[in-house]
Write a protein that binds this ligand. Structure first.
Ligand SMILES: Nc1nc2c(c(=O)[nH]1)N[C@H]1C(S)=C(S)[C@@H](COP(=O)(O)OP(=O)(O)OC[C@H]3O[C@@H](n4cnc5c(=O)[nH]c(N)nc54)[C@H](O)[C@@H]3O)O[C@H]1N2
Ligand SMILES: Nc1nc2c(c(=O)[nH]1)N[C@H]1C(S)=C(S)[C@@H](COP(=O)(O)OP(=O)(O)OC[C@H]3O[C@@H](n4cnc5c(=O)[nH]c(N)nc54)[C@H](O)[C@@H]3O)O[C@H]1N2
Ligand code: SF4
Ligand SMILES: [Mo]
Length: 695
């Protein structure tokens, strides 16, 4: 009997836990969290523990499918599917030009697949536009870091959670969203304080030492008031500011108007609380911010993230153990998508708009530089607006399900129907998005294929194949290769035969960049080393298992100084009024539910632990006023949509605010499509709604 031990990385969240599989004659006989991996050290959450089960679901896309004249999807051979793909996209691109088609991808496939898609879509097929679901998620953090540090560079390593004595989780429900990382707090043996700043009394907030129940969208005012306190009390690390930052005078002038008393109403926090927070931030020997979607998904997300970055910079809380303005990423490979997908930037953060960058990438690939688009892609929402205006006529959607997850998606199915051609590449043919497709391409999931992911602490981890894909499903990598062949684009990628070939290209293209990984020789090195954090240049690399950035105070801007950036407070995008008097927040509902539930929804073990139907969380005062009792049916309406859900009455919510988890299709008909002006990330966390009792 052939027995193999295979190590692979979980493909749900960005913590990046590793599992060890024992595979006997093609069957997985044991599946355990890896004890010796520096990320999870033998721990996992229930999603990872059941990672492989959804791959066997009944609605798995087992073969390519084409929509017939009867409106249904029908099985076709791969050859025919590839012909349809090529003729569909060629017809649009040849007639309407390179800006008439786009791809929408993901933070959930290995880096090598993203990189192949980016090259095939842009250099091979000639499309200008391609964005990812990371726009819904990490775009804000990426832009915030890029503007402040000169590169999209989250500075921390996970041990910082164990070495900080003042940890502020802002807009993060880490206990359910990043459970294994949250758990590492147990290893923090310092006299530490954990503060959670969230409008909701989440599980994370309740587990913290302190919960500041901030008013939704009060964060920017709060952070400016704290900054003002720090400056007014002369708690600034003047040496660090003078040597390593620029913009301090503008920052000081800007925040001078934000007094703790002045922001009480907008933050819902007392002046005392704000003053105390500032004092404790100052007194901490190592203070850290940990932020996620409560910040990123906001109409002023970038500047809010930068308000945390400012605070860390002016107090010298960066580059030392236990410090940092730390954005935790979302999906397993969101950071791979940010750096190596060839969507919002050329590989390794290079610039589509710069001649030299285009030539550098083209030369490395051995292609003509004219093949590299000289323009940036439209961001996600502009691509969809292009569908409305008829400028975008074909879409290729890979490993994301916008039919459920996109903001205010009421008109999305109609938008999709208006396209000349829609291709969806997914594990399942039943997703809301696949249901709109003209062509479904059946993909293998991570676990059924190989590659690498980059986790939240910049660690590149190996994804190895433990199972064979079922039916005729193929890895996304093999699908991209097959399309390249059919498109006659294969000569562009002569060396890209395997994922590891592409990985080696990425190590080369990264040379000399902040995310330099030219010192990683290949997958075996990643397997042997328990993953490797970037940067890891060929010469002069640091071999420590845990590495943070900016210990030397040198940033990636031309003058090596970090930028302190500020803005004015803008009004909330959709004010509440008599008709729609309540604020709707959306987000994660439980540890065992993942996004649109195409995977976690198919695991009986996980299904047992969450409500089968959509619910809205309501404060008891509101419930009483509206005649709503726990477990009764209620109607939730916004100016855009109207859904019926079950009420869960409890103290999680403050009066005037309600919450619907994004895992249910009922959330996004209600959300309000506002976007951050710099990152264009959707503001999923504020819409004006009304509730009416039905029972
Ligand atoms: N179980 C599970 N884990 C996941 C995922 C999943 O679907 N399920 N998804 C993964 C992905 S892709 C991501 S991006 C992460 C997301 O992880 P999180 O960001 O932790 O998840 P969310 O629930 O979207 O938002 C976090 C919190 O922001 C709060 N919030 C809303 N508005 C505001 C505000 O104005 N100010 C402040 N301070 N807070 C606010 C919400 O109340 C919520 O508790 O989780 C990852 N992990
Ligand atoms: N209201 C509201 N909406 C939100 C959010 C919110 O907080 N509130 N959060 C937003 C955030 S942060 C995110 S990240 C998005 C997530 O939104 P989506 O990306 O739409 O969510 P998923 O359900 O993860 O969709 C991934 C799809 O890829 C498929 N898939 C998985 N692995 C593979 C693979 O290897 N290959 C291929 N081809 N397919 C694969 C899955 O079956 C699934 O259909 O949702 C956003 N939407
Ligand atoms: S914490 Fe995240 S990476 Fe770890 S097992 Fe759970 S879902 Fe997977
Ligand atoms: Mo996300």
């Amino acid at each position: 009997m052939a027995t193999q031990t295979i190590r692979t990385t979980c493909s749900y969240c960005s913590v990046g836990c590793n599992f060890t599989a024992t595979v006997e004659d093609g069957r997985v006989t044991s599946w355990k969290p890896a004890k010796d991996y520096p990320v999870n050290r033998g721990r996992s959450c229930p999603k990872g523990f059941n990672l492989l089960e959804p791959f066997a679901a009944e609605d798995r896309a087992l073969y390519p499918m084409v929509r017939g004249d009867d409106g249904e999807l029908h099985r076709v051979p791969w050859d025919e599917a590839l012909d349809r793909f090529v003729s569909g996209f060629r017809a649009v691109l040849d007639t309407h030009g390179p800006e008439s088609a786009a791809f929408l991808s993901t933070g959930q496939i290995p880096m090598e697949e993203m990189a192949f898609l980016g090259a095939l879509g842009k250099f091979g097929m000639g499309m200008v536009h391609g964005d990812g679901n990371t726009r819904q998620c990490m775009a804000t953090a990426a832009v915030a870091y890029k503007q402040a540090f000169g590169f999209d560079a989250p500075p921390f390593t996970y041990t910082d959670i164990e070495e900080s004595d003042f940890l502020v989780f802002l807009g993060s429900n880490a206990m359910i969203s990043h459970p294994v990382l949250w758990n590492r707090l147990k290893n923090n043996t310092r006299d530490r304080t954990v503060v959670v700043i969230d409008p909701r009394a989440t599980k994370t907030a309740r587990a913290a030492d302190e919960h500041l129940r901030i008013q939704p969208k009060g964060d920017l005012s709060f952070l400016y008031a704290v900054t003002n306190e720090i400056i007014a009390n002369r708690w600034v690390d003047e040496e660090f500011v003078a040597a390593h930052t620029s913009g301090f005078d503008e920052l000081a002038a800007h925040v001078a108007g934000f007094t703790p008393e002045g922001v009480e109403a907008v933050t819902g926090l007392s002046a005392d609380t704000i003053r105390q927070f500032a004092r404790r931030f100052h007194e901490a020997s190592a203070a850290s911010f940990w932020w996620t979607m409560g910040v990123n998904q906001s109409h002023q997300g970038v500047r809010t993230a930068q308000a945390m970055i400012n605070l860390c910079l002016i107090t010298g809380n960066i580059g030392r153990p236990g410090t940092g303005p730390n954005s935790i990423t979302g999906q397993a490979n969101a950071m791979g998508s940010r750096l190596y997908s060839n969507t919002t930037s050329l590989y390794a953060g290079l610039d589509f708009l710069k001649d030299a960058d285009r030539r550098y990438v083209a030369d490395l690939m051995g292609i003509d530089a004219d093949r590299v688009p000289q323009a940036n892609s439209l961001p996600y929402h502009r691509i969809l607006e292009g569908v409305d205006s008829g400028e975008i006529r074909a879409l290729w959607i890979i490993a994301t399900n916008p039919g459920h997850s996109w903001i205010d998606h009421n008109t999305l199915a109609k938008r999709f129907a208006s396209l000349d051609f829609l291709v969806v590449q997914d594990l399942y043919h039943t997703t809301e998005t696949a249901q709109c497709a003209d062509l479904v391409l059946p993909a293998a999931g991570s676990g059924e294929k190989s590659g690498t992911f980059i986790n939240s602490e910049r660690r590149i981890g190996i994804v190895d194949r433990v199972l064979d894909p079922p039916g005729e499903a193929r890895s996304d990598f093999d699908i991209f290769r097959a399309i390249a062949d059919r498109w006659d684009a294969t000569p562009l990628f002569p060396e890209w035969q395997t994922p590891e070939d592409v990985f080696r290209f990425l190590t080369r293209v990264s040379r000399g960049r902040p995310c330099d990984i030219s010192g990683i020789s290949g997958y075996d090195m990643l397997r042997a080393r328990g993953g490797i954090q970037w940067p890891y240049p060929e010469s002069g690399h640091d071999d420590a298992e845990q590495r943070r950035l900016f210990a030397d105070g040198r940033f990636f801007t031309p003058d090596e100084r970090a930028r302190l950036l500020v803005t004015d407070i803008e009004p909330v995008p959709e004010a509440t009024d008599d008709e729609y008097p309540m604020i709707l927040i959306t987000g994660r509902g439980s540890t065992v539910q993942f996004h649109t539930q195409t995977r976690t929804g198919k695991v009986p073990m996980l299904r047992k632990s969450y409500p089968a139907t959509a619910y809205v969380e309501v404060n008891p005062q509101d419930a009483e006023r509206l005649g709503i009792v726990d477990e009764s049916r209620v109607r939730v309406r916004s100016r855009r949509g109207d859904v019926t859900v079950t009420a869960r009455v409890g103290e999680t919510m403050a009066p005037g605010q309600v919450f619907i988890p994004m895992h249910y299709p009922e959330a996004n008909p209600l959300t309000y499509p506002a976007f951050d002006p710099y990152s264009f990330e959707p503001n999923y966390k504020w819409a004006a709604v009304r509730l009416d009792a039905l029972d």
